[in-house]
Write a protein that binds this ligand. Structure first.
Ligand SMILES: [Zn+2]
Length: 87
């Protein structure tokens, strides 16, 4: 694997569908490209991480959902070769 560097992964926001799961529009992160650059994965995962903890504290979702979102954020970061986020 030496010399091989990941530059893009399957978009973690739309799971590669290219569509938003909230609205009938293109995915807001990859804009329909279905793949996300490492820099965008960094930004996406940081946002998911904040929404995970913030939503739990605000009572929007359970601690289990919070942990699931944090795990999704770190799974994408792992794929992209980014360091894991931690509380
Ligand atoms: Zn997407």
């Amino acid at each position: 694997m030496s010399g091989f560097r990941i530059t893009k992964i399957v978009c973690p926001s739309c799971k590669g569908s290219g569509r938003s799961d909230l609205f009938d529009i293109k995915c807001l992160w990859c804009r329909g490209a279905k793949r996300l650059s490492v820099a965008d994965v960094d930004a996406w995962s940081a946002q998911v991480w904040v929404i995970a903890g913030g939503g739990y504290i605000a009572g929007d979702h359970s601690l289990a959902d919070c942990r699931t979102m944090e795990a999704e954020a770190n799974a994408a970061r792992h794929l992209a070769g980014l360091p894991e986020l931690s509380a």
